[in-house]
Design a protein around this ligand. Structure first.
Ligand code: NAD
Length: 457
């Protein structure tokens, strides 16, 4: 196994060193091929996402296929302006100063299983746009989507420059022994640490898109009907298996009562009497995760939902109250359709609770009180924030997306994706006659007081 990874990386490195990925036309053509792959194999990708996660078609389009395809359109629309060498002002008259947008080289992209298509292919597309060769490792936990990527990608993209490798923990361990020029990893914080350690061996720069608990604060000024819909939508999308899903809610007891009452109505309206029969809900990825989530159900009182069924990988949309801050559910990322509500008396108390934990990937505040909202924006260190809605800061490509601390390092989306995979290479060009310049001449030894004065004035 080790030699084959060595071969794959070697092949990608040779292609990079030969300059194959540098021409803009090559990059453009590869991106157009990627778009074609999405378009010509739409149904197969839908079937794979259904098989892995029972993803409803709307969700598979909105946050996987259409999302990834539009991302390619964006890359294509910006490519010319991004790659242009930029001239910047010089300090010494007559010099020329430039920034060259330089690709790093061989990039490894490792995706997660919850959005198994876009989390592997959007970073890969960015790396292609920036002129790198790319090794893509889709998550083995979503095997049907990984198989579809493995089957189609080589048919559409250049086979020397772009490679798909598959496998689980042992294969990933071997893969990480190879030397890459950039690693882009999406997954858990625990494995993120392993990836960083592996990257350190070669001082490889990395982006870590990790997870954690994303809190949600709601006060009595928020429109309850709209807030409940927006929080539950963010929570139940992909059956809670979204890195930025609202993980838990903090509010006063009176707000909790109104929230629960409205949530019962909304969940009934969306999913009917028997949510398990609803075509609008995904399934939990594996039975192991069902077991993990079923344990959390014991950490509070279910006021909505509460059922699970291991064989059909089902956890019912659930709201838990009477949950302790010390419970297991409050100390691990939930990553499923269980929403605990915990009570606080003041927004300051909410800030205190959140800031005494690891920095979240996302934070949500529902309020019309400007001062309180501003306080949250200023005082909560986290990956990103949406005010009065959920998930949406991740859908605007003008905003960087990423975590901080235990929720990650680095960011991508939009322009940030291109710059993630690009080294800004500064160049200064000077003519030989510059040594006649009165000031430049003063740098040479022997040093003296007069030279020091002139050079520091
Ligand atoms: P994971 O970290 O458990 O696994 C990711 C991949 O790492 C696996 O597919 C496997 O190949 C490899 N791996 C697992 N254990 C390993 C080990 N010991 N040594 C080497 N490699 C190993 O993550 P996951 O379960 O695929 O994803 C869920 C996590 O990802 C959640 O925490 C979620 O919040 C996070 N996530 C973050 C984002 C984001 O954009 N920030 C997006 C999606 C998911």
């Amino acid at each position: 196994m080790a030699t084959s990874y060595k071969d794959v990386v070697g092949k990608a490195r040779r292609a990079f060193n030969m300059g194959k990925t540098r021409p803009i036309e090559f990059r453009r053509q590869q991106l157009m091929q990627l778009k074609k792959m999405y378009q010509e194999n739409r149904q197969t990708f839908h079937t794979a996402l259904k098989s892995d996660l029972n993803k409803p078609q709307l969700e598979a389009e909105v946050f996987e296929l259409d999302f990834a395809e539009k991302d390619v359109d964006f890359l294509l629309s910006k490519l010319d302006s991004w790659v242009k060498t930029e001239e910047v002002p010089s300090i010494v008259p007559g010099d020329k100063s430039y920034i060259i947008r330089d690709p790093y080289g061989v990039v490894l992209v490792m995706g997660a299983w919850n959005y198994p298509l876009q989390l592997a292919l959007i970073p890969a597309a960015g790396a292609i746009a920036a002129g790198n060769t790319v090794i893509i490792k889709p998550s083995e936990v979503a095997p049907a989507t990984a198989a579809a990527i493995t089957k189609f990608l080589p048919k559409y993209l250049d086979q020397e420059c772009f490679h798909v490798v598959c496998g689980g923990v042992s294969e990933t361990t071997e893969l990480l022994k190879q030397r890459f020029d950039y690693i882009f990893y999406t997954g858990s914080t625990m494995v993120g640490k392993i990836v960083r350690e592996a990257a350190n061996r070669f001082l490889t720069p990395i982006t870590l898109e990790l997870g954690g608990k994303s809190p949600c604060y709601i006060d009595d000024t928020a429109d309850m009907d709209i807030s409940v819909r927006r929080i539950l939508w963010g929570k139940m999308f992909n059956l809670g298996q979204t890195c930025i899903a609202p993980d838990y809610v903090l509010c006063r007891k009176e707000v909790q009562n109104k929230f629960v009452q409205k949530a019962k109505e909304v969940l009934l309206e969306w999913y009917g009497e028997n949510p398990k029969d609803s075509p609008c809900l995904s399934r939990i990825i594996t039975e192991r995760h069902v077991d993990r989530l079923a344990e959390y159900l014991k950490d509070g009182k279910p006021v909505v939902g509460g059922h699970h069924d291991k064989t059909s990988k089902w956890i019912e949309p659930t709201i838990l109250v009477d949950v302790s801050f010390d419970s297991k559910i409050m100390n691990e990322e939930i990553f499923g359709p269980i929403l605990p509500i915990l009570n606080v008396e003041t927004p300051e108390q909410a800030v205190d609770i959140i800031n005494n934990r690891e920095k979240p990937l996302a934070f949500y505040v529902f309020s019309t009180k400007k001062d309180d909202t501003d306080m949250f924006l200023q005082q909560i260190p986290c990956g990103g924030i949406t005010v009065n809605d959920t998930l949406h800061h991740a859908a605007n490509h003008n905003l960087p997306f990423g975590g901080v601390g235990h929720s990650g390092m680095g960011a991508y989306h939009g322009d940030y994706t291109f710059y993630t995979f690009t080294h800004l290479k500064p160049v200064l060009m000077r003519q030989f006659d510059k040594d006649q310049d009165a000031i430049l001449k003063k740098r040479y030894p022997p040093y003296n007081e007069e030279k020091l004065k002139i050079l520091t004035s």
